[in-house]
Ligand binder design. Structure first.
Ligand code: SF4
Length: 437
């Protein structure tokens, strides 16, 4: 099996990077055609995975080829549900958070993105620390524990005006800004989770003491999507090998890490399986992947991909189930509820055990057209489907209780102030008085 330059196997990325990219690459290339399995064969594979075995890669690819088949999807969901029930019972988690887009400048230009702005345009913005504090205070007042620092990727490489702005504030890099924001957040009484795109090992090591967890969606291992005319052509940080390397370095640094699969930006079934398989291998090698997000692409006006149809809901559900069957059991499977309106019971049926961050304060700046559900409504819908909803912080209870070696001593000492004895979110710090007010 060929290996990516970073070590973890990603055959699709390797194959694509070896091939000359075609300038007229189609939006979707179907990839190798796999024969879907007969129902009995599929049910046997799924049953073996539920009973403690693991799907083989070839089996996963052939099951993916059958996702149009409603009966096969139901078999996949049944298996994924059994694994979810065995691991987390009827518990589903959510993180009450605030979303702080520290800067919406980004050196990349993914063709589906409306988050990134150009310097000097009306909506371009880089937060001051005062603005960070204001959002954090709003979070504390509404009982939030997690402060999600989510921002564009290394804008200082692309924009002189941004470099000058950073320098004027006394920062040499975006990481300096993130560090200051995280320190202020911790001082005020919330736990940061940083997703800043590609960070170096040194950047992550600096941020680790001030972050409960960090993340980077792997999104896709398809290097084909970096080709001319493709969504990641102008996005050097979407090079799969670069993203895999950051996952590896986060693992070496023992950072509880969020990854994920982005569905429907032009990748084919084999590439989706390859992405999930790569996350699986990273988790097995380093044990640091605490959750994998299965996120469907939603087309946005004002983007080059506005006319690209998203995946049908039932196919998204099929991929959630397949993710649950492919990924190690220790990896929680998350689906963003604001991107799954009207299909939450189906997502739960497919093995989802976490809704990710939901904010009573801030919008989803990545998908501003998709409002968060109210937490009360999310609880009611989750319970109506036969599950119980629990609030967590940026790290899951099992990590707080069982994996102390994954936290810097400073963060390890902080976590109990935000968790009850079972590891779920509960404020025990002085700011809880504000929450009660
Ligand atoms: S999707 Fe992320 S990396 Fe791509 S342009 Fe938007 S902010 Fe930048």
């Amino acid at each position: 099996m060929p290996e990516s330059e970073s070590g973890v196997s990603s055959p699709t990325a390797a194959r694509a990077s070896e091939s000359p990219l075609r300038s007229s690459a189609p939006a979707v290339e179907t990839g190798p055609v796999r024969a879907r399995p007969a129902r009995a064969e599929a049910e046997r594979w799924i049953g073996e995975a539920v009973d403690g075995g693991a799907l083989e890669r070839d089996q996963a690819e052939r099951l993916a080829a059958g996702l149009e088949d409603a009966g096969l999807r139901e078999a996949l969901c049944e298996g994924a549900r059994a694994i979810k029930r065995a691991e987390t019972g009827d518990r589903v988690t959510v993180s009450r958070n605030v979303f702080i887009p520290l800067t919406n400048l980004c050196r990349n230009r993914c063709t589906y993105c409306t988050f990134a702005k150009l310097p000097g345009t009306a909506d371009a913005h880089t937060y001051t620390i005062d603005e960070v504090e204001e959002v954090v205070r709003g979070g504390i007042a509404t009982g939030c524990v997690e402060a999600l620092m989510c921002l564009g990727d290394k804008p200082e490489i692309a924009y002189r005006s941004y470099r000058e702005e950073l320098a004027g504030r006394g920062y040499a890099s975006t990481t300096d800004l993130i560090l200051e924001a995280c320190k202020r957040t911790v001082a005020l009484g919330m736990l940061p989770h940083t997703n800043a795109g590609i960070l170096s090992r040194e950047d992550m090591a600096r941020l680790r003491p001030w972050n409960a967890s960090m993340g980077l969606m792997l999104e896709t291992t398809s290097a084909r999507l970096r080709g001319k005319g493709m969504p990641h052509f102008h996005a050097p940080d979407k090079e799969p090998a670069t993203r895999i390397r950051m996952h590896e370095e986060a693992g070496e640094l023992k950072i509880p890490f969020t990854s994920g699969l982005l569905l429907g930006i032009g990748e084919n079934d084999a590439e989706r399986v390859d992405t999930l398989w790569t996350i699986r291998e990273l988790s097995l090698r380093y044990g640091h992947i605490q959750e994998a997000i299965v996120q469907p692409f939603h087309p946005k006006d004002d983007t080059k991909m506005r006319a690209v149809a998203p995946l049908a809901d039932e196919i998204v559900v099929g991929w959630v189930a397949l993710a649950r069957l492919i990924l190690p059991r220790a990896v929680h499977v998350q689906a963003p509820p604001n991107l799954g309106r009207g299909m939450l019971p189906k997502l739960l049926d497919a093995g989802v055990d976490d809704w990710g961050g939901v904010s009573p304060v801030t919008v989803d700046f990545i998908n501003p057209e998709a409002p968060w559900p109210a937490l009360l409504a999310l609880r009611e819908e989750t319970e109506a489907a036969g599950f119980r909803l629990f609030e967590r912080g940026p790290v899951y209870p099992d990590w707080i209780l069982e994996r102390p070696d994954f936290f810097d001593p400073q963060m390890r000492a902080l976590l109990p102030k935000y968790a009850n004895d079972a590891g779920y979110a509960q404020r025990r710090n002085p700011q809880s008085r504000e929450e009660a007010a």
